[in-house]
Design a protein around this ligand. Structure first.
Ligand code: SAH
Length: 357
């Protein structure tokens, strides 16, 4: 049991008040000889009014605040830095966690609303070759509350309503599976921010057994799969996870996700010049996805200084999209948000860590 607790961080969650569901919080109140309505009040302060601590909770008696301080920890992020793009108003935030680790999150403005991109781990152990988040490996998983806190802090700081959330920042969400599910549960709860499952996207590099598990949850969230190559050989060069799971296994898991949830998969494909952006690559991708009800997001790779990957030419990107479209696969080129700020995953955090050392 201890080992299980450790793996899932459930030991931490039990003591972390903002990671508890309303039902669990009610049980806790009973345990503290308090009335269940106190749980409703606490939950509302934390998840609706988004307060940073008990001091801001006006209708909670001092005696209960004291009990809570003794029994629970209360996570809150400290803003270290915020960068705003002059091109499109995208804001990139660097937050410090209680233990001094830092994570980054992004606020993007779209016609359909505001979208926040959050991190799910401190660092990452997946080792994708073009990604800055993974260069120093994984430090630790984020708690459900620490994932929520990124959205709460941005809502408070910007004064804007967040309608969409994408778990596409630093970390592999399916490598922090239990906490991710709890986070989804809390984020979509009607007693909290009540963000619809359909407005939530979780992006994975393709941890097949967890994709099967997630499919069985039958959630209405969008699953984005980071594909980046249409053959096993090429994918293995870019993403170490491809050594563990073949494309055939991945496609089977995606088909299962669609069958269980009715939600079409979004495939992410970062275009790297002369690596995966040729006519042949487009043809192989079209072949791989043939007949699937899916969507392909083409992302011009964001170069990082530690690697010599170069962005594809504009023309190559458009040709690539057109070839997919002609094969009946819907594809869009993702608008690059905030290119003038440290835009690529993990770059802001990395620059910060480098400056510290
Ligand atoms: N681990 C998850 C989520 C985080 S990465 C995943 O792999 O999906 C979010 C997306 O950004 C992934 O598609 C990832 O491959 C992509 N990405 C990472 N670094 C990038 C870069 N430098 N340029 C373009 N896309 C990048």
């Amino acid at each position: 049991m201890e080992a299980e607790d450790k793996k899932n961080n459930t030991k931490d969650i039990k003591a972390d008040i903002k990671s508890l569901t309303l039902e669990e919080l009610k049980d806790e109140m009973t345990g503290l000889a308090e009335k269940p309505f106190r749980a409703v009040q606490l939950y509302e302060w934390m998840h609706k009014k988004l307060v940073r601590g008990y001091d801001e909770m006006h209708n909670i008696p001092a005696s209960l605040k004291e009990k809570c301080r003794e029994r629970f920890s209360y996570t809150a992020l400290n803003l270290v830095e915020v960068q705003e793009s002059k091109m499109d108003g995208t804001k990139k935030y660097l937050f410090a966690l209680a233990d001094g680790n830092v994570v980054e999150s992004v606020l993007m403005h779209y016609k359909h609303g505001n979208s926040v991109c959050i991190s799910s781990q401190v660092g990452c152990r997946m080792g994708c070759r073009f990604c800055a988040s993974t260069l120093d490996g994984l430090k630790r998983n984020l708690l459900p509350s620490e994932m929520l806190d990124q959205i709460y802090a941005i809502t408070r700081e910007s004064g804007e309503r967040v309608s969409n959330v994408v778990v596409m920042g630093t970390g592999e969400p399916l490598d922090n599976y239990e906490n991710l599910l709890r986070f989804i549960n809390l984020l979509t709860d009607e007693n909290g921010l009540h963000i619809s499952q359909r407005n939530l996207t979780v992006s994975t590099c393709g941890i097949v057994p967890k994709m099967w598990e997630l499919a069985r949850e039958k959630l209405q969230i969008t699953l984005a799969l980071s594909l980046h190559a249409a053959t096993d050989e090429k994918r293995r060069e870019l993403m170490p996870i491809a050594n563990t799971h073949s494309l055939a296994e991945l496609m089977e898991a995606c088909a299962y996700y669609f069958a269980q949830t009715g939600r079409r998969i979004t495939y992410e494909y970062s275009l790297v010049r002369n690596v995966n952006d040729t006519k042949r690559d487009a043809k192989q991708l079209a072949e791989l996805l043939k007949g699937q009800n899916c969507h392909v997001n083409l992302i011009p790779v964001n170069p990082i200084k530690e690697r010599d990957y170069v962005q594809s030419e504009r023309q190559a990107i458009e040709d690539f999209r057109d070839r997919l479209e002609r094969s009946g696969i819907t594809a869009t080129v993702r608008r690059e948000m905030g290119r003038d700020i440290d835009g690529a995953c993990g770059q802001l955090r990395r620059r910060f860590l480098e400056e510290q050392s």
